[in-house]
Write a protein that binds this ligand. Sequence first.
Ligand code: XMP
Length: 435
Amino acid sequence: MKQDMIVILDLGSHENTVVARAIRALGVYSEIYPHDITVEELKTLPNVKGIVINGGPNNVIDGVEIDVNHAIYNAGIPVIAAGHAKALCEVKLPEFTSDEEAAKAALKEFVFETCKAEANWNMANFVNDQVELVRRQVGDKKVLLALSGGVDSSVVAALLLKAIGSNLVCVHVNHGLMRKGESENVVEVFRNQLSANLIYVDATERFLTKLEGVADPEQKRKIIGGGFIRVFEEEARKLDGIDFLGQGTIYPDIIESGTKTAKMVKSHHNVGGLPDDLQFALVEPLKQLFKDEVRACGLELGLPYEMVYRQPFPGPGLGVRCLGAITRDRLEAVRESDAILREEFAKAGLDKKVWQYFTAVPDFKSVGVKNNARSFDWTVIIRAVNTVDAMTATIEPLDWDILQRITARILSEVENVNRVCYDLSPKPSATIEWE
Ligand code: XMP
C-alpha cells in the first residue's frame, strides 16, 4: 500500500464516517479505529501521517468514560481533537454539524500542513493495491463468488477478475424474481464481455414451487434467502479446489456491525448461513470503501455505468413486490410494469434523479371495463421515493404527464391489469417496500 493514511480514533462520535469521508474527499486515505488502539498496533499500519481523536456522546461504556491510550500523544504522529474529545492536544477541529465549512478548512490544514500527507488516494491506486493484495492472499488458488448483479458483487467480480482471471468462479443464481433482463445482463457483461468463469443457475421453478401459497412476508423472505444459500451450496459442492469465498462487504457493513462505542445495528453476512463443513477463507477487497467509492471503483474497472449506478434492489427481488402469495400471472405483471416504469424514467432523465422507483401488485382484483366488457383484474401500484439512508423517505412529486404516460402504457401493454395507482406514503408511516 503506497498511500498515506489519517487514522480516526473513535471516542463515541456519530461523526466518524463524516470525518473519514471528508479526509478521503481531500484525496487522502482514512480509516476508523477503536479508541484503545496501542502505539504498537498503530505502528503496524502503513503510512500513518496523522491521528484524529473523535469524541462524542457515546464515550461512556458501562458507566466509565473511555479515553485513548495516552502513549499515542508521544508516538511522533500529529494529533488533532474533534467533536467532544477532551484530548490532550492543542489543536481542535470544529464539529461538522455546527460549522461544516470551518471543520473542512481546519481538517484540510491539519492533513496537509501539519501532517504533510500527500493526496495520493485515488481509485486507480486503490485498484492496483487491491489487485496486488488479492494476488498475494490467494496465490494460484480459486475464489468462489455469488454474483447477484448488484453493485457490490459486480464490482468485486470485476476486481477479482482483474486480479486472478479464470481462478475466479462466479455463480449467478436466478431465483425467478429478478427484474426483466437482469440475469441476461449479468451473463452478457461477465461471461460474454469480460470472459469471466460464470456458472448460471436458473432456479426459477424451484423457488416458485417453494413459494406457492405462502402469503406471509417474513416467511417468503426466509424461503427466498434460505433457498438462495442452498442453491449456492449445491453449486459450491460440485466444484473442486475452492479455498476462498469472495464477498461484497463494504465499509458501512463493517462499521454497522458494531464498533466498541456504537450499538450493533445489524450483523452482516452476505452469504452467511453456509454449512460448517463448507467454510472458506474470505476475500473482501471492497471492505474499506464507502458506497460512492464502490461505484467509482466499478467505473475504474470498466463496468457499465448502468450497472454501477443501478438503484437498490432487495435480495428477495420482485418476491416482495408481488404481494401476498406469489402467482405467476401477477409476477409477470410486476416484472413487465417495472420494465415500463424504468424505461419511461430513463427517457425522462428521472433515473438519475430519483433514488428508488418500482411497481408492486397487490393480491386483490378490482372491477373495470376493457373492450366494452366487464373486467376483473389486478392493480399496479407505482412507487418513487427519495432518501439519503433508507431510514426515512419522501415521495418524488412526479409530473402528471409522466404518470399518465406510464399508466397508459401499463394498461395497454401489461396483461391482466386494469388499474394503476400512485403511492403517496412517505417512510414513516410506510416502508419503502410493501412487504
Ligand atoms: P424498507 O422497505 O425497509 O426498505 O423501507 C429500505 C431499503 O432496503 C431495501 N430492502 C432490502 N435490501 N435485502 C436487501 O438487500 C432485503 O431483504 C431488503 N428489503 C428491503 C429496499 O429496497 C429499500 O431500498
